[in-house]
Structures are given as structure tokens and as C-alpha cells.
Design a binder for this molecule. Sequence first.
Ligand code: GLP
Length: 248
Amino acid sequence: MRVSNEYTLRIVPTAADLARSAADVVSETIRDKPDAVLALPTGSTPLGMFTELARRARAGTTDFSRTRFFCLDEYLGVSKEDPNSLTGWLFREFFTPAGVSAAHVHTVPSEPADAEAEAQAYEDTIIRAGGLDLAVLGIGANGHIAFNEPGSARDSRTRVLDLTPESRDQAAAYWQGTFPAPSRAMTIGVGTLLDAAKIVLMASGEAKAGILHAALRGPISPAVPASLLRPNPEKLIVIADAAAARDL
Ligand code: GLP
């Protein structure tokens, strides 16, 4: 483990180690505060962590019965029941197998009548919950965190934005169904994430090595949204497997 004046960095050998290490941060957070407020990501990176956390929940070693959850982001125009929705992803991969009550899960509006008002309401709900105790994040190929695409401001809040062509391509790779992958999303903002008491940024695989290096060692700039998490020595824990950490 390396502690710098900008973040704590844990480099672990494999994706399985990454899953356990990230799950440990979640378990410790809940052990210290059973009614903690967590924000969780989608994507392939956290899947191993979710499997591990669901196993711990079933084994009774991590108790999510009082934990409150916020989804980080969602496509616009995709119903929550659609298998492609990010909300559906989180229920399938984590909430349902971990036995989390749907009543404890806040989901990002996906079909808002008034996007601005509903984004503000989501932000207000986080504040009313006492703020995020832990935000768990992956990193997009272009450096996005949640769906804060390049150009996102450090003080941005929950809002709707257009996805970049790279993110649309990434979404399309997972997409199943007859209508095209969406081009807009609602996401928790960078500022919302920076207000969390603790932030875990996960990166796995060689394909993330370049962007992780840019996020951690490059300029702090909206051009690479994950870089905006720095400097944050008290809060930010970066966990990367050896492949993703290749250039660090
Ligand atoms: C998605 C999500 C992000 C996620 C990222 C990386 O688009 N909005 O929250 O961190 O892309 O996904 P993956 O882990 O599959 O590389």
C-alpha cells in the first residue's frame, strides 16, 4: 500500500484480489456504521466485488440490513425494468443476491418528466440521508467517473448529460435489444462524489492502465474527470490490479 499526499494506492496482483480488497472497504464501512450511505457503480469492474459482498451477506459476515444505497447513474429513456438499465444491473448483480431490500435503494430517475427538478431532488435526497459515507467508483476508458464525462466540472452535481461517442460505444458493447443504446444519462456529479466521506476508485485490466496513469499522474483537469478526485489524501483509496497499475 502506498500513501501519497494525494491518495492511498493499493496495487493487488489480480482482479480477484481487487474484488476482495474493495469488498473489505465496504464491509469495514458497514461494520463501523451499519446504516452507512453508499453509492455504487455498474460496469464489469465491480462485478467480482459484488459477488464477494453477496457471499458475505449470505454468510452473515457483512450485514446490509440497515445500509442505504444510491445508484450512481442511469441511462435516460430506459425503464428500470429494462434489462439494459443500470438500475436493473445493480439489482441483478448485487442487491437481489445480497438480499438488500429495495426500500433501501435509491435509483436515479431514468424517465424524468422534469430532468432538472428530479436531478436536484436526487441530490437533496443524498443530503437528507446525511451525505455519502462511501462512494465506490470504476473508471471509464475516457476517465469518466459515474457518467461524469470529460468536461465535467469539479463542482458538478446530479444532472443529465450527453454521453461521448466512446461511452456510447462502451454501452453498445453491453447492449441487448432492438432499440439503440441511449445517448444521454443522469449521473451523480463530481462535487457530489467529492463530498463523500470516503471514495474508492477501482481499476482492473491492462485496458485501463493508460487512463489510470493519466488520472493519477497527469494534470488535474476536467479533461480526465477521475483526476478531479485528487488531491484527496484523507478520502481517496485507489485499488488497482497489477495489469491496470502497469504504468504507475
Ligand atoms: C460505465 C459506468 C461507470 C463505470 C464505467 C466503467 O459507463 N457509468 O460507472 O465505472 O463505465 O465500466 P467498466 O468497469 O465496465 O470498464
